[in-house]
Design a protein around this ligand. Structure first.
Ligand code: HEC
Ligand code: HEC
Length: 200
């Protein structure tokens, strides 16, 4: 993985000098560099690497900006994305975001029926007794996201669990809305709602 990072950073550093026309630079970076981890068209295979296909453009812009500014600072963000984002300017960030938003999302993956049912209750209705709001109110009824609210549908279950744990532990500390949402969730509730969201 160290080699991929070094190679990708080397290519990114010289990308500005390349002959690729500006409007195609985002796609060229996506297919030439980001795909090493995020997969072709953003369909990654390993849950360490979030799927970007069909992700909301505004959300991607905000995240790349937060990696570049070091506000999103969980260990994997630092190890993998700080270097990548440091090589991007506002124009390429917008092109990359539009490119990924236009790709077909990975279809939801079927999960354990009991977990899906428990997760659906949380996603659609929240957990009033614990002060947990309905996820659907921001992430959309189909977990498709809108603007700064990310798509969760079709995402890797283990990535979603890691993010929810990261909000809870404070490792991913730059998202005050989500810090409040996850505060009282148990490990079982996190797993159930992640399995349900990924199944959408
Ligand atoms: C060496 C592997 C690697 C490469 C290459 C890479 N990424 Fe990432 N990316 C990651 C990892 C790992 C994460 C998850 C970070 C975390 O857990 O906080 C991530 C997260 C992201 C996120 C946040 C997604 C979300 O759902 O919050 C975006 C957006 C992103 N990357 C875009 C890009 C773009 C654009 C490129 C190419 C310029 C790129 N990445 C190249 C490994 C990589
Ligand atoms: C009030 C609006 C709101 C509610 C309700 C909400 N979220 Fe979020 N969620 C957000 C925002 C905004 C972000 C992006 C945070 C950032 O910019 O880093 C986010 C990010 C996330 C992420 C990270 C996605 C990624 O690709 O890294 C996960 C997972 C998530 N939310 C799950 C949930 C779950 C599960 C629930 C219900 C228990 C929920 N959210 C309820 C607003 C909300």
């Amino acid at each position: 993985m160290r080699n991929i990072i070094a190679l990708a950073l080397g290519i990114l550093a010289t990308a500005g000098a390349s002959a690729v026309p500006a409007q195609q630079e985002g796609k060229a970076l996506a297919t030439g560099i980001c795909s090493a981890c995020h997969g072709p068209e953003g369909h990654s295979v390993s849950p360490v690497f979030p799927r970007l296909a069909g992700q909301q453009s505004a959300y991607i812009v905000l995240q790349l900006d937060a990696f570049r500014g070091h506000q999103r600072s969980d260990p994997n963000a630092q190890a993998y994305m700080w270097g990548m984002a440091s090589q991007l300017n506002d124009d390429t960030i917008k092109e990359l975001a539009d490119y990924y938003a236009a790709q077909k999302p990975v279809p939801g993956q079927a999960g354990d029926a009991a977990l899906v049912a428990a997760g659906e209750k949380i996603f659609v209705g929240g957990i009033p007794a614990q002060g947990v709001p309905a996820c659907a109110s921001c992430h959309g009824a189909l977990a498709e996201g809108v603007a700064a609210f990310p798509r969760l549908g079709g995402q890797h279950v283990d990535y979603l669990i890691a993010q929810l744990q990261g909000f809870q532990s404070g490792l991913r500390s730059n998202a005050p809305i989500m810090l409040a949402v996850v505060r009282t969730l148990t490990a079982e509730q996190i797993k159930a709602v992640a399995v349900y969201a990924a199944s959408r």
